[in-house]
Design a protein around this ligand. Structure first.
Ligand code: ZN
Length: 326
């Protein structure tokens, strides 16, 4: 199986996450995540590893607003290697403000620090999605993009939730026709939801997005081409799988499906605010069901922060996907 891997993701190494107010805690979106998932995949099957060095600068400018991308690149230039940058003032129009105040126009939270190499890493992550999509398009073979940093919370001109550029919709730009994005990360991909269109609709199975990150506004108007299914808190594997089947039943008309795969639905993942009790073995059934849809599949890594159990989750998922014994 072809697995696309970012070569520059370690340039992004956030230290502190201030999301819970005080005290700050060690950031969960660590470089070790990629190796943990890769280790699990390798333990299940032979892997043709494609290491990606490129930066998807054109694809990112095509998907996101120019002033947003320009801002992220400009901030990267002025940061010193040891510095970590978070927004301090939150307003909707800071275009004429000094550069360092403008983050609060593009990000409304403090959990996604930028260090000097973060944006280069995010551009490399987008290139992983783009190249994996090209591979699928030209060969018709299912493939995996081990993107890091993740992407599904990144909107058209907005970063946050550990995401800068929307990897899944960057891949979708390459696949274009008869393509859907299906998101099974614990969290609703509020960024991906922004990109949902008649051409590339968005389907998501997630924890209640008003009670968990991304904490949607109560008066938000949900987009027409996003199909959202909320997982009740405390659910167990079997009920989760039933909900997942209802989502999969809607994918018959697509030629390509991009799966935003997060392993943070695992019961032991500390990021959960409400508890979802998936066990590593549940990912076997998830992989198996995904392998049964008629569309070709591109798997894009999103969240998943239980480093110790990530290899087992990935091993079960790929084993189910390839109909192998664990
Ligand atoms: Zn997540």
């Amino acid at each position: 199986m072809h697995v696309f891997l970012p070569n520059k993701h370690t340039l992004h190494h956030p230290k502190q996450d201030y999301s819970d107010g005080i005290p700050p805690f060690k950031h969960l979106e660590v470089p070790e995540r990629v190796n943990a998932v890769l280790q699990g995949i390798k333990s299940a099957t032979d892997v043709d590893l494609v290491t990606v060095n490129e930066l998807a600068i054109n694809a990112v400018y095509n998907l996101h607003d120019r002033d947003y991308v320009d801002f992220l690149l400009a901030v990267s230039k002025i940061l010193k290697p040891e510095q970590e940058y978070i927004p301090a003032i939150f307003r909707d129009n800071l275009l004429k403000s000094p550069l360092l105040y403008r983050a609060g126009m593009y990000c409304k939270e403090i959990g996604t620090p930028i260090n000097k190499g973060s944006i280069e890493a995010a551009l490399n992550s987008a290139a992983v999605a783009e190249q994996a999509a090209s591979y699928l398009l030209t060969t018709g073979q299912d493939t995996i993009a081990l993107c890091r940093p993740p992407g599904h919370h990144a909107g058209k001109r907005r970063y946050g939730g550990y995401c800068f550029f929307n990897n899944a919709y960057i891949a979708a730009q390459t696949l274009k026709q008869q393509c859907a994005v299906v998101d099974i990360d614990y969290h609703l991909g509020d960024g991906s939801m922004e990109f949902a269109s008649a051409e590339i609709p968005y389907f998501s199975l997630h924890a209640d997005p008003w009670q968990n990150y991304p904490y949607l506004d109560s008066n938000i108007i949900l987009p027409e081409y996003a199909e959202l299914v909320t997982i009740p808190a405390g659910i167990k594997g079997e009920l989760y799988i039933n909900l997942f089947k209802t989502l999969l039943a809607k994918l018959n008309d697509f030629k390509y499906v991009i799966i935003s795969l997060g392993f943070d639905t695992l019961g032991t993942d500390h990021i959960q605010d409400e508890h979802i009790n998936l066990k590593p073995a549940d990912y076997y059934i998830i992989g198996q069901l995904l392998a049964q849809i008629s569309a070709k599949r591109l798997i894009v890594l999103e969240g998943g922060y239980d480093i110790l159990n990530l290899p087992a989750c990935a091993r079960y998922f790929i084993s189910g996907f390839l109909h192998k014994h664990v």
